[in-house]
Design a protein around this ligand. Structure first.
Ligand SMILES: Cc1ncc(COP(=O)(O)O)c(C=O)c1O
Length: 424
């Protein structure tokens, strides 16, 4: 079969460890809106990908890309109006004191640079992350990552802490928060005692890899206070949660009363074009830049800026934030209805168009239903709907479609999920 041949060729030329989704990998040839098409012309509802946040191959993004590529496509060390205009517009979406940006091409580069800046600004080396994190593929971030297998030793200058989730706790919210904050305080004390100090807390405030835990009230704000009191900076990774995904806000962290020092951006920023960056205080960028010449050949080129601008245009003009809120609300109600009929669904969490549907073997012990989650994802793919899995037990369904999702798409998703669960 053509697909088998392509797989064999891929293995030969890229090695068989290069990751692919699904037992039977999908060969995609085209995308439009929320739809992806395989070689045979079969269409799949994309309920997984946040990179094409305004939809696959959106005509306005394609036109911006093509128009600028036909006009000027050059590296980043010349003056360029589109670049400055885009930087101004993006920075204006953040509250004071976040007022300046450095562009990169990937979320990994943005997080790596954020760590360097935090170390420079704080004079410390220590880093605190969540205990099921992935923030990128550079040497530092790979060593810190606990959500993907990697052979790098976890660094002595870092601590990885569990994130409290009300669904996984029998105790009171306050006690749960207190316990988690005591762990954070202990980690800070250890890093100080070992001479590392605290340079940064690096988190995704959705904690997407963990499965979007239900955080106890006040936990995040108090965690940020502890890190600031230790002289560290708070880096918020918006690579998954940013660009209106939550429906309620443009940036995921805005759901909490916290003020990050650095916000890192990526994936949906360019709707598939490699565009990322970090937003912070101008004084921090200038102080760091005074001692470290940072330049990025492609990050924030005029081409990237035109694409980025058109992503913001579409989010605004099509009211995709409002759509995420409305469709997210409908989808949540539908998922909760399914939970009433399928005891396998232990919990439905998330906001906007980002859901974690936790599958459990039994609702009392909350034991992860890992095999069931695998079956559901594969069955849905066979039935033409793409979702993913997250969580330490690899048992939490991840639903995170492009933001141009409609009620009709939601209905199809729910029916397909219902079938997959019923067939188990
Ligand atoms: C939360 C988060 N941060 C950073 C990254 C890294 O981004 P990139 O793959 O663009 O380097 C990812 C990628 O999956 C991510 O999910």
């Amino acid at each position: 079969m053509a697909g088998d041949d392509l797989l064999a060729r891929r293995h030969r030329v890229m090695g068989n460890a290069a990751p692919l989704f699904y037992a039977e990998p999908l060969e995609l040839v085209r995308g439009q809106g929320v739809w992806l098409y395989d070689r045979a012309g079969r269409r799949y509802l994309d309920a997984y990908n946040n990179v094409p946040c305004v939809g696959h191959c959106h005509p306005r993004i394609v036109a911006a890309l093509a128009g600028q590529a036909a006009t000027l496509n050059i590296h980043t060390r010349y003056l360029s109006e589109p670049v400055v205009e885009y930087a101004e517009r993006l920075c204006a979406t953040f509250s004071d004191p976040l007022d300046a940006i450095t562009f990169t091409c990937t979320g990994s580069e943005a997080n790596e640079l954020a760590l360097r800046m935090a170390r420079f600004a704080s004079g410390h080396r220590g880093v605190i992350v969540s205990d099921y994190n992935y923030h990128g593929n550079s040497a530092h971030l790979a060593a810190l990552a606990t959500a993907l297998s990697n052979a790098e030793p976890f660094p002595a200058y870092a601590r990885a802490l569990p994130i409290p989730c009300l669904y996984h706790s029998d105790g009171r919210a306050e006690a749960l928060a207190d316990r988690a904050l005591a762990q954070l305080a202990a980690a800070i004390a250890e890093l100080k005692a070992e001479g590392h100090g605290v340079a940064a807390l690096l988190i995704d405030t959705f904690f997407a890899n963990e499965g979007i835990p239900r955080l106890p009230d006040g936990y995040l704000a108090r965690a940020v206070q502890l890190v600031h009191a230790a002289g560290g900076l708070v880096i918020v990774d918006e690579v998954q949660s940013g660009f209106a995904r939550s429906g309620a806000h443009l940036w995921g962290y805005q759901a909490h009363p916290v003020q990050p020092d650095i916000v890192t951006l990526g994936k949906p920023m360019g709707n598939g074009f490699p565009l990322a960056g970090l937003v912070t205080r101008r004084e921090l960028i200038e102080a760091f830049g005074g001692h470290n010449m940072y330049f990025n050949t492609f990050g924030g080129s005029p081409l990237a800026a035109r694409v980025g601008q058109s992503v913001l245009d579409v989010i605004e003009d099509e009211d995709l934030q409002g759509n995420a809120l409305r469709q997210g609300g409908r989808l949540r109600a539908g998922l909760e209805r399914l939970a009433q009929r399928h005891p396998l669904i232990g919990d439905v969490r998330g906001s906007g168009l980002f859901f974690a549907v936790e599958l459990v073997q039994d609702r009392v012990t909350r034991t992860p239903a890992t095999a069931a989650a695998r079956h559901v994802v594969e069955a849905m793919r066979r039935d033409g709907v793409l979702i993913g899995k997250i969580g330490k037990g690899d048992h939490i369904l991840k639903i995170r479609p492009p933001l141009v999702f409609t009620a009709e798409h939601g209905k199809l998703l729910l029916e397909t999920l219902d079938c997959a669960l019923s067939a188990l």
